[in-house]
Ligand binder design. Structure first.
Ligand SMILES: Nc1nc2c(ncn2[C@@H]2O[C@H](COP(=O)(O)OP(=O)(O)OP(=O)(O)O)[C@@H](O)[C@H]2O)c(=O)[nH]1
Ligand SMILES: [Mg+2]
Length: 298
């Protein structure tokens, strides 16, 4: 199943809502624009994004004399997709090794996404090494080990409660020695308090940049799409410490409404690079803005 169909399957609630709004469309009707704005807000797009997108659409409709649901929908797809184009959707992983640092609050899907990414890169013929730097829980390293076996890649881990920085240091040394292409670092989503978490991330980042000067480093923030606007609040907190280069939006196969993608692009200026659409190893897809907007309105 392609991106469009997967997304379409997941965002049923929003699609239904949008369908109803468009069914009531009469273009000279201000009510339509108001309903559309409300629907975008309901879909988690955020008030600011919804207002801007609808204003843009209103302008396009009058300027180009658009008529009928299909034309107006087409214009809205372009406007929404345009709002999502805030940077490259590709990961930059040119150096050997390069690093992917996975961050985000607990339970959003960091470890699962690492497993999926590892499997993807291994299947593309690249050598991957996982760093189990979530040392807060013993189960975290075990879970990552299962994913390493599934993906067919190596893993560096220490005992529970050990220093995550030391795990990252060892993983980078091992990657250099083995000639690995990509090191993927798992991190804790929860520590005793938030300041600890942020300090630890900053420290991990310092070790990576110190040990691998000039290397390509992608810091991916994982957000659970079903948490709605909460995801945006989390992202803003992490952005202060972690210098995020991209977002992975997980659980779009569930009850997510999807509009959070627009709020993130608008308020953070950071592109969504991948979406998670299930718990399986193949359930990770590169993000496609136009197909996403189309699926939302289909
Ligand atoms: N439906 C669905 N479930 C997902 C997706 N991604 C992850 N999950 C599930 O979400 C739960 C939490 O995933 P983890 O990968 O353990 O999350 P985490 O961020 O590593 O959590 P902590 O290590 O506790 O911080 C697991 O049950 C995963 O199977 C997704 O795209 N769709
Ligand atoms: Mg985890």
């Amino acid at each position: 199943m392609g991106f469009f169909d997967k997304i379409k399957q997941g965002l049923e609630k929003t699609r239904k809502q949008m369908g109803e709004v468009f069914a009531s469309l009469t273009v000279d009707n201000e009510e339509f624009f108001e309903e559309l704005e409300d629907s975008l807000i309901l879909a988690d797009a955020g008030a600011q994004t919804a207002a801007k997108a609808v204003n843009e659409l209103r302008g396009a409709v009058y300027e180009k004399s658009l008529y009928g649901a299909e034309q107006v929908k087409g214009a809205l797809v372009d406007i929404l997709a345009g709002r999502l184009s805030v940077g490259s959707f590709e990961l930059k992983l040119g150096t050997k090794p390069s690093v992917i640092l996975m961050v985000g609050v607990n339970g959003v899907g960091k470890t699962t996404t690492i497993g999926k990414l590892a499997a993807k890169y291994v299947s593309e013929g690249r050598s991957v090494l996982l760093a189990a730097a979530d040392t807060f829980r013993a189960a975290a390293a075990e879970q990552l080990t299962v994913w390493a076996e599934r993906a067919g890649c190596g893993i560096v881990k220490h005992g529970e409660g050990s220093d995550p920085g030391a795990v990252v240091f060892d993983a980078i040394s091992a990657a250099k020695a083995r000639g690995s292409d990509i090191v993927i670092v798992d991190t804790a989503g929860r520590l005793h308090n938030k300041a600890n978490l942020m300090n630890e991330l900053a420290k991990i980042k310092r070790i990576i940049t110190r040990e691998l000067p000039g290397a390509d480093i992608e810091t991916l923030m994982v957000i659970d799409a079903t948490t709605g606007q909460n995801g945006l609040i989390q992202a803003k907190q992490f952005a202060q410490t972690a210098d995020i280069s991209g977002i992975v939006l997980t659980k779009l196969d569930g009850t997510a409404k999807g509009g959070i993608v627009f709020a993130i692009a608008e308020e953070m200026g950071v592109p969504v690079k991948f979406v998670g659409v299930g718990e399986g190893v193949d359930d990770l897809m590169p993000f496609e803005p136009k197909a996403f907007a189309e699926a939302l309105l289909s």
